[in-house]
Design a protein around this ligand. Structure first.
Ligand SMILES: [Zn+2]
Length: 239
């Protein structure tokens, strides 16, 4: 078995056998990897403490046929400030959860690794009302779902846009309106986020528009995850 080393963000873990855990990692160069961390549930294992969700690690892995095995782990960032603040903790966990659902196993996705590690780092440095929403909009756009915000997504009308439809992926004019109402300031904020002016968006204090953008981001992300599961046939199997 060969050993390889990579940087990774821990997405989550689950119990495995009597004393082990399987850790799900988003690595910089090898994509999403599932690796067995041996014995971490039996003793007060220091390896286990370094493999908490959201931790940023430098890790050596032994490759296996289905599951790899954790060899050594060095903590790069524990993101402790984020863990000590309930609201930021919730946002960070939503980020790793969405990333876990979106990424396939063993397919290099360096841009997603970079997006996640930067977002967790920023969230650890300071709270921002739009942090999670900005992450979701960027993630959706990388996934190919950049919303249409400049003209009506249904008819192409360039006038006032009054609603946003997460399924159709964009804003609607007054005659085509479906989805939820959206204000002009909210549309402007989403344009800032997707137009690369992230710092301006993250500096914004709470407001009605900020709340609206947050709600829409959650809905758009949920709609995308559902679409994703459907395309994998997950729902059909249970019907
Ligand atoms: Zn229209």
């Amino acid at each position: 078995m060969s050993v390889y080393r990579d940087k990774a963000v821990v997405l989550g873990s689950y119990k495995f056998g009597e004393a082990d855990r399987v850790v799900v990692l988003l690595t910089e160069n090898h994509g999403k990897i599932r690796a067995v961390a041996k014995g971490v549930r039996k003793t007060k294992s220091s390896i286990g403490a370094r493999l908490e969700p959201m931790s940023h690690v430098d890790i050596s892995l032994r490759s296996g046929r289905e599951l790899d095995t954790v060899d050594q782990v060095k903590l790069i960032y524990a993101h402790q400030r984020l863990r000590d603040d309930f609201d930021r903790l919730r946002q960070g966990l939503s980020m790793v959860e969405a990333m876990n659902k979106i990424t396939p196993d063993r397919e290099p996705v360096q841009h997603l690794y970079e997006l996640l590690s930067r977002a967790l780092h920023a969230l650890d440095e300071r709270p921002a009302p739009l942090m999670l929403a900005a992450f979701f909009w960027r993630l959706l756009s990388i996934e190919g779902y950049t919303p249409q915000l400049d003209v009506c997504v249904a008819c192409g009308e360039e006038g006032e846009l009054v609603s946003f439809d997460v399924v159709e992926g964009g804003a609607h004019c007054g005659s085509c309106r479906t989805g939820v109402p959206i204000s002009a300031p909210s549309l402007a904020i989403i344009r800032l986020i997707l137009g690369g002016r992230m710092n301006e968006a993250l500096a914004m204090p709470e407001s009605m528009a900020v709340n609206e953008v947050n709600h829409l981001a959650m809905e758009a992300m949920e709609a995308h995850l559902e679409r994703r599961l459907r395309s994998l046939g997950v729902f059909d199997r249970h019907l």
